[in-house]
Design a protein around this ligand. Structure first.
Ligand code: ZN
Length: 252
């Protein structure tokens, strides 16, 4: 990160605000918690197989069911809610903002946040990638092929197995993305963890890292988290109203 990143357009020094978002920020957009510790997938072993790399790669039937599950998922039709929009507005105001998200729905970007300001720890459900040649393309296009009768559409470049560009269970997080997230956690002056239980590592430890490096730690989540004790502020109110109110205080 260059030093220019922390200077605002008005010339005064603005704090770097990091927002770590989890499933709770998107529930108002109609997307349930799938992958959290109590998420839908974790409570249903058959559903969990559809998003587990080993099963997905070895079983064509799992892949067919996985594509059908994605066709029926609300994620691609979902719209940003006031919490996503408030984060984008803060960035537009000139305050340096970085979002680190555990979500794969792309709603921060749809709300108007420049894609380069968003780190997607678990990838994106809006794209697919080839497991052989790593070529990427749009999820919507792949789902169009499924709708047209290809029940397990192969890569158009090499014929390899296509998968959602999300980090499946059993896959590693992208080390570059994680390194950038850690750098942001260490550099920011304000770290807001919103809608995340802070129970999944290594995402959760980013909150601790930020606090250790002197950031003001704000936790906004319906349920208690393991980091509440080290937080400067804990907010339990609904995210759709509480986050816009909180971010308004940070506007220049
Ligand atoms: Zn390929």
């Amino acid at each position: 990160m260059s030093s220019g990143e922390t200077s605002a357009r008005n010339g005064s020094r603005q704090p770097l605000v990091a927002v770590l978002s989890g499933a709770g920020i998107s529930t108002d957009s109609g997307i349930p918690d799938y992958r959290g510790p109590n998420g839908l997938w974790r409570r249903d072993p058959e559903a969990e197989k559809l998003v587990t790399y080993e099963y997905y790669m070895s079983d064509p039937e799992i892949r067919r069911r996985s594509w059908q599950m994605r066709r029926n998922s609300p994620a691609l039709r979902a719209q940003p809610n006031p919490a996503h929009r408030a984060v984008a507005e803060l960035e537009r105001s000139g305050v340096p903002v970085r979002v680190i998200t555990q979500n794969v729905d792309g709603l921060h970007q749809l709300a108007g946040l420049p894609p380069r300001k968003v780190l997607e720890l678990h990838g994106t459900a809006r794209a697919v990638m080839c497991t052989r040649c790593t070529a990427r393309s749009e999820m919507a296009e792949a789902l169009g092929r499924v709708a047209a009768g290809e029940d397990d559409p192969p890569c158009r470049e090499c014929g390899g197995i296509l998968k959602s560009a999300t980090v499946m269970f059993g896959e590693r997080l992208d080390p570059d993305v994680l390194a950038q997230a850690m750098a942001i956690a260490q550099a920011c002056q304000i770290f807001i963890a919103v809608g995340t239980s802070l129970q999944v590592q290594p995402a959760a430890s980013l909150a601790g890292l930020a606090a250790e490096h002197g950031a003001r730690l704000i936790i906004m989540n319906a349920e208690p988290t393991p980091y509440d004790d080290v937080a400067d502020e804990v907010v339990r109110e609904p995210i759709g109203t509480a986050l816009p109110a909180l971010l308004e205080r940070l506007l220049p």
